[in-house]
Design a binder for this molecule. Structure first.
Ligand SMILES: NC(=O)c1ccc[n+]([C@@H]2O[C@H](COP(=O)([O-])OP(=O)(O)OC[C@H]3O[C@@H](n4cnc5c(N)ncnc54)[C@H](O)[C@@H]3O)[C@@H](O)[C@H]2O)c1
Length: 414
């Protein structure tokens, strides 16, 4: 049990998601952001300055992960580097701890836990060697409307008419911001690996009775589909290379920009439950759209992050630079645009970070941990395997451990 009243947190990675976390920290009362490490020292210094300017902690840049672990002020790390650096980042953390360089209470890791099952299993082994608490950072189950809708649907609807049986979850936008996301061998796949990790957890969250353990619903079958709908078209492949660099060549090495999966579960009574999840990098709307549904015998719940309430209208005479001041992955600056008032709350980051900070401070192992992250990776890999084999797979496919999607091997031909 930790006796500390405040948690000192260090971030590995100083990019897009770290900046989201820093903003969310305004709503985290019992932790301070004290460190940032990134291989690019200037970026680490900039992001540390951002933390200080937000007033979320006296953050400073560190020269290495080992140095950050060694500082007694740092109690926990938020692992926010790119997917292809996950295992080596964790190896450095564990080596620092084993060599007595410092002590940590916990490590929280961004999604996906790793690029494939073998790497995810390695992450689980490493965190066990570290002997610290661990968290898998899935923000979307902390989206306030999703959490509240699920709670009330179960409390009223399920209590009077029976448990829900169908959950739908979709995450869609027009494509990621950095080149490595588009490269299958670095990221681990395409949109399925990048975004379906969220949708499968939201669907599971909806279908799981509040208070019941994760394994109270059991996976039975997985069916997946992947396609390249937009970005391997010659004109869009050219556009992608022009923006992301020569390494991103979708005429030669495409990743899927559309993926869907049906996951069949059974509850403790053996009744069937269905999760339908779909993700895409080929959706052009106002910006990032998270849409989810939960259906039961006499009730249904629906949520859409772009139905945020506020609407701003700009006439055709309002012309200005592109930006993301209305919504993440914004596609336009004219016409009727949704305004998402507080994105860090609406996407779940505030409640997510509050939850894991409190678990770590209390010395309590969160249920959403590296094992959960591994199971998510297993589901995603099964969806790729099903898509490649064009058939439904019974859970758990025997050869999942060594499976690497064709997209990640650079051999996928859409
Ligand atoms: N929860 C979400 O919705 C969400 C959203 C975006 C990204 N993510 C995840 O967060 C992670 C980071 O994504 P991002 O969008 O911030 O990417 P990014 O490319 O914007 O930032 C990555 C950061 O990692 C740093 N980095 C480079 N090499 C590194 C190394 N060897 N070790 C550690 N860090 C290194 C880079 O300097 C950069 O600061 C990814 O795993 C991604 O899947 C999650």
């Amino acid at each position: 049990m930790s006796s500390k009243k405040r948690l000192g947190v260090g971030f590995i990675g100083s990019g897009f998601i770290t900046k989201f976390h820093l903003q969310s920290w305004l709503a985290v009362r019992d932790a301070d952001v004290l460190g940032i490490w990134s291989p690019n020292a200037a970026h680490a210094a900039e992001t540390a300055a951002l933390a200080r300017s937000l007033g979320v902690g006296e953050a400073r840049a560190y020269a290495s992960i080992t140095d950050m672990v060694a500082d007694p002020a740092i109690d926990a790390l938020w692992l926010c580097g790119p997917n292809h650096r996950r295992v080596e980042n964790l190896e450095e953390i564990v080596a620092a701890l084993k060599s007595g360089h410092g002590r940590l209470v916990g490590v929280a890791c961004e999604k996906p836990l790793a690029r494939n099952v073998a790497e995810a299993r390695r992450c689980v082994e490493l965190i066990a060697q570290a002997g610290v608490l661990h968290a898998y950072l899935e923000d979307q189950i902390f989206v306030p409307t999703i959490a509240r809708g699920r709670e009330v649907a179960w409390k009223r609807g399920a209590a009077t008419s029976g448990r829900p049986y169908l959950a739908r979850a979709a995450e869609e936008h027009s494509g990621p911001h950095m080149p490595w996301f588009w490269q299958g061998h670095l990221q681990g796949g395409g949109v399925l690996n990048d975004m379906m990790c969220h949708s499968v957890e939201v669907a599971r969250f909806y279908l799981t009775e509040p208070g019941a353990p994760r394994d109270s619903i059991r996976i039975k079958k997985v069916t997946g589909h992947i396609h390249s709908l937009k970005w391997s078209r010659p004109e869009y492949a050219r556009d992608l290379t022009a923006r992301m660099g020569a390494e991103v060549d979708y005429t030669q090495r495409p990743s899927e920009d559309f993926a869907r999966a049906t996951i069949e579960f059974a509850d403790t009574a053996g009744r069937p439950l269905i999760a339908e999840v779909t993700t895409s990098w080929s959706y052009v709307g106002a910006g990032l759209r998270l849409s989810t549904e939960l259906l039961g015998p006499e009730y249904s719940f629906a949520h859409n992050s772009l139905d945020a309430g506020g609407r701003l209208f700009f006439s055709r005479k309002v012309a200005g630079p592109s930006g993301e001041d209305l919504v993440e992955k914004q596609n336009a600056e004219q016409g009727l645009m949704p305004v998402v008032g507080n994105e860090v709350a609406e996407y779940g980051y505030e409640a997510e970070n509050r939850h894991f900070v409190r678990c770590f401070l209390a010395g309590r192992q969160p249920e959403l941990d590296f094992h959960a992250g591994l199971e998510v990776v297993e589901l995603l890999m099964a969806a790729y395997m099903s898509a490649e084999q064009e058939r439904t797979l019974a859970w758990k496919p025997a050869d999942l451990e060594k499976f690497v999607p064709a997209v990640a091997r650079g051999t996928w031909k859409p």
